[in-house]
Design a protein around this ligand. Structure first.
Ligand SMILES: Nc1ncnc2c1ncn2[C@@H]1O[C@H](COP(=O)(O)OP(=O)(O)OP(=O)(O)O)[C@@H](O)[C@H]1O
Length: 379
């Protein structure tokens, strides 16, 4: 028997797609019908992704065509699901932390690109600008902040606040700090698992007396593992800064770092990318720039990923030396390094402001103007 296409469409007008009011032809769910002799092919797209809805749609199409048009028709249903994207909810996750306005996670895909160095210098620069700054070293693989702040031999003291025992962060250069390194032996290799690490971190945040902070910086471990997932999901992180060198291999990992923050389970806005070791400058020839890891790689990556570029830090001996002696290089006034970190810090604050404006306010995000920036050089 020869089947007419219009008879198929008329038959399909008798049925609806589960969850949709109109019949499936009128609603546009039927996208195509083809007839070859007694063979019928129906293309249909539904919004409900459940197996039950898909099965029901298919069975009903077969039934109605057999019943209304031709009982022996050979029918093929090509069913596609086009589920509407879930509306994005506020990215701030976890419990708001009283007194802490913004949490910035500093990450790198690759190890050794200078993430901790950038975090330490960002922290002291924010403090110089007049902000209240905390720094949480979550780098379970190699906590380096106690050395970079010259407090490796100190330990957080216990204080009683409102009848509860709390840890008081160690303080230097106007930055309050807690590190996972304060709780491990220097020569002890610790194997951390995600939940264990996030429990320790939760204690360092919720059982610590941070006081009022404009910014709490998190120095994350390198990489993009399940530890990052645990940290990100348990804390109300405002945004992330990704550090990379211009080198291809570091950029590939930085790309993964950005993707990690953007994936649905994490969904933390990326405030921008910092290019560290952008070029080498020898002390005796300050005008000379040698792009030993490549040129502008992180800048191009930022453009490609459509995230802000926050600035670049040259590779200079004084940065490494300053880290080793425990006094971040940005504290050396009047130097190009101080200027580089001021630029990066201002851009970061600006991105935090923009990001906070774009999202509904929560307890975790309070800085909504650049007022803090006018405090530059307040101290
Ligand atoms: N701009 C720079 N100029 C000179 N040395 C630098 C610079 N940035 C970082 N370094 C040095 O490079 C080394 C690695 O830096 P850092 O420990 O900050 O990296 P990281 O990415 O945090 O490493 P990890 O993988 O351990 O987390 C350190 O010795 C540091 O002093």
């Amino acid at each position: 028997m020869k089947i007419a296409k219009k008879d198929i469409l008329t038959a399909l007008e008798h049925i609806t797609v589960p969850g949709e009011g109109q019949n499936m032809v009128e609603s546009g769910a039927v996208t195509n019908v083809q007839v070859f002799g007694d063979e019928v092919e129906v293309d249909v797209t539904i919004k409900n992704p459940s197996l039950q809805a898909r099965k029901k749609t298919e069975v009903e199409i077969l039934k109605i065509i057999h019943q209304e048009v031709y009982a022996k028709a050979k029918i093929k249903v090509n069913l596609k699901v086009d589920a509407p994207a879930k509306p994005k909810v506020n990215e701030i996750k976890g419990k708001p932390i009283p007194g802490i306005k913004n949490i910035i996670a500093v990450a790198s895909g690759k190890g050794g690109v200078g993430k901790s160095t950038v975090t330490a210098n960002l922290a002291v620069t924010l403090a110089k600008m007049g902000f209240n700054v905390g720094l949480l070293d979550t780098d379970i693989y190699g906590p380096s902040m106690p050395i970079m702040f010259d407090v490796a031999l100190e330990r957080p003291l216990s204080v009683t606040i409102d009848g509860k025992n709390k840890m008081r962060p160690v303080e230097n250069y106007g930055v309050k700090m807690l590190s996972i390194g304060f709780f491990t032996q220097p020569n002890q290799a610790v194997i951390w698992r995600g939940p264990m690490a996030s429990k320790a971190l939760n204690q360092m945040i919720f059982d610590a007396h941070w006081g009022e902070l404009d910014f709490l910086l998190l120095d994350l471990p390198p990489g993009t593992g399940d530890i990052h997932l645990s940290i990100m999901q348990s804390l109300p992180v405002t945004g992330a800064v990704v550090v990379s060198t211009p080198q291809e291999i570091a950029l590939a990992d930085a790309r993964k770092g950005v993707a990690m923050f953007q994936q649905e389970a994490i969904n933390v806005p990326v405030l921008g990318i910092v290019e560290n070791m952008a070029y080498f400058t020898p002390e005796e020839l300050p005008q000379n720039k040698y792009h030993i890891f490549g040129k502008d790689g992180a800048k191009h990556l930022a453009k490609d990923l459509q995230v802000p570029f926050l600035g670049e830090v040259p590779l200079v001996q004084s940065v490494r030396e300053a880290g080793d002696v425990g006094r971040p290089a940005a504290l050396q006034t009047g130097t190009p390094i101080e200027m580089a970190f001021e630029e990066i810090t201002k851009n970061t604050v600006q991105q935090v402001v923009l990001r906070n404006k774009a999202l509904p306010p929560t307890e975790a995000i309070k800085i909504t103007t650049m007022a803090g920036c006018s405090a530059v050089k307040k101290k």
